[in-house]
Design a protein around this ligand. Sequence first.
Ligand code: GLV
Ligand code: MN
Ligand code: MN
Length: 420
Amino acid sequence: MTAPALPAAVAEALVARHGELAAISEPGPGVTRLFATPEHLKALERLRAWMDQAGMTTRVDAAGNLIGRWAADPAAGEAAKVLLVGSHHDTVRQGGRYDGAMGVLVAIACVEALAAAGTRLPYHLDVVCFSDEEGTRYGTSMMGSRALAGGFDEAVLDWPDADGVTMRDAMTAAGFEPDAIADCRYDPARLLGYVEAHIEQGPVLEAENLPVGVVTAIAVGSRHRLTVTGTAGHAGTVPMDRRRDALAAAAEMILAGEAVAAAGDGVVATTGKLEVAPGAINVIPGAVTFTVDLRAPDETRHDDAHAALVTALDAIASRRGVRVQMERIYRSAGCVMDPGLRAALARAVAEAGYPVRELFSGAGHDALSLHQVAPVGMLFVRCKDGVSHNPAEEVAAGDLVTAGEVLLSFLADFAPPTTG
Ligand code: GLV
Ligand code: MN
Ligand code: MN
């Protein structure tokens, strides 16, 4: 059997829509589209229109996820189960146009191709656009998919964003329903799985001249907020050996994170955010808050790196006479992709005429939430120079179409288990 082709108009729209969606952004370089903002609502409106046009039944749930259903063949009956396919609309600050958006647009293109061929599947296909995967606005991650999986931590509703707006207030202002998030949950007994197409965000596929690859597993990770407290003072009068400079201490701590990661096998540590108080040119910094994002291929390597980092931070703090507090704001145990979905995606890649390349994901994805309740599988798509979380993120038009065709082939072939 040869892989199904996307109709020309569907392929053209798939490519063009990345540009249309990217235009829905806060001003500035790249794409900045955050949870529960006017940009979020505008993106949902646009995506919903495309889903409606394709013939899906659409809804926005209490957590701000957009869901479009391509209903099962009536022959599947009342007992028809649900396969979720999709990704997220939200971005990092000044991110690219493919991270997240591509997985949603490719899934919509597949439904358009099914509709054009008059094909109904033996299962409900729910195309999901998750409301928040990156955690850019509130620091935590994957709130949208956690709501679907029933793993949403309601305590985060009281967290403020950088402007002091709590998540609860932001959601209410956007028209979402923070007090009804429990209703977003899918009954795991009705779920067949979750499948996502996502840009690789790394260099492997490009180096091997392959448009797509099949994901094996996602890294273990944690995110932390650190506060270093020293003593603010006059930049001109306090001698160097009498200072308790919070920023100098934080700088050394960040480098310690880098050294700990470099000493680990496959461990990465990143500080992406830092605030200095009081923040004046002639004042010794009295307090600094910064973040650490720590990831590793498995629990042991993650936990060993974390322990080494804590030891290093304590040593730096005591030598410099400052205080350091480390608060964990997110933790993910990683996940392994379902062998059945992995094999089915591999079959679809081979059918499209490409060697099957399996690869590991250092990036987090919504599959991390959904694997708690359903089998998960992921398809990676080549990106230029491995660049992501950057306005320069780029995926070739031909690779978008290949991703759509591989996913379509997977969906057309996917058969729900006959029992259970
Ligand atoms: C999501 O993009 C992440 O891995 O941080
Ligand atoms: Mn991302
Ligand atoms: Mn992503």
